[in-house]
Design a protein around this ligand. Sequence first.
Ligand SMILES: NC(=O)c1ccc[n+]([C@@H]2O[C@H](COP(=O)([O-])OP(=O)(O)OC[C@H]3O[C@@H](n4cnc5c(N)ncnc54)[C@H](OP(=O)(O)O)[C@@H]3O)[C@@H](O)[C@H]2O)c1
Length: 308
Amino acid sequence: MEVKELNPIFHTHLDTTSSACRWWSKETVAVVTGGNKGIGFAVAKQLAEQGLTVILTARDVGRGEQAVETLRSRFGLRHVNFRQLDVSDPCSIAAFVSQFRRDFGLLDILVNNAAVSFNEINENSVKHAEKVMRTNFYGPKLLIEALLPFFRRSPSRGRILNLSSRLGSLTRVGNPRLKAMLESDALTEEQIEEEVVRKFLIAVKEGTWEGKGWPAHWTDYAVSKLALNAYSRVLARRLRAAGGKLTISVNCFCPGFTQTSMTRGRGTHSADDAARYGVALALLPPDLLTTGNFYVAVTGPGGVSSKL
Ligand SMILES: NC(=O)c1ccc[n+]([C@@H]2O[C@H](COP(=O)([O-])OP(=O)(O)OC[C@H]3O[C@@H](n4cnc5c(N)ncnc54)[C@H](OP(=O)(O)O)[C@@H]3O)[C@@H](O)[C@H]2O)c1
């Protein structure tokens, strides 16, 4: 995916989400995965604070219900609903989508936030590579494909925001053939699954993955995000070609090194800071809406800033 320089208008929008450029209302429906803690919880909270109807999903019923209860009782947010969703389980996705169709019917925003990593900061084990791919790549992909029919079909309305990581950016790929394939405009979903995800998992199984040009840090997690970025770019192209006008945008967002469970509480900023950028992206005014981009939050003297 393309990483672009920060657009100054985007900065302005970050300060004004609650005023002039507000295109949403409480009829605007947003689904957030992995919403019980960390960045997902902060995104769900901030979307609800903006007045949208939020469906906070979590794989664990107790943790998800507790998160919604907190948003209602401590923050006074009424339009927050809990639904169970384990993104690594296709049956759970099917059950969620069927409930969604019955209870809500129309969708405006999908934030694919849920993900796992099993490594400590300086570790690089690939012991859980299969689970990492199932959760971080296949999970968002299957959920998107299952929810696509429910997006409201009006111009610049639907938004898909995939939480990704700079660890999975193309600059981290050392294999020139793989990099060229991923950069190509002719890249297909089949190539992403076969040449990236399956090939990596086979190499892990055979113990031959090291020294082959895969990203060097948190390799299984990085490959899952590399594949998610690539799929997002191909999907953005597919949706653009299908609609003519932009009806559903697809972007990826790296929140930067954030203090959550995934980083064992280390990081340069809080989940709330990271979520502020994610929410601003999800709520971009229709005239500023982009698609097929990778936004990267960077830490600067003024806190977190974001690069388009
Ligand atoms: N923190 C960072 O520095 C950083 C940097 C770059 C990108 N990101 C990305 O930002 C997103 C949020 O990460 P975070 O730092 O907030 O991590 P986190 O605190 O570990 O939260 C991850 C969330 O995902 C949920 N989850 C895990 N597996 C799931 C599954 N199979 N189905 C549904 N939910 C599942 C977790 O639920 P449980 O509570 O049940 O485990 C939790 O709610 C992720 O996509 C991550 O890759 C984070």
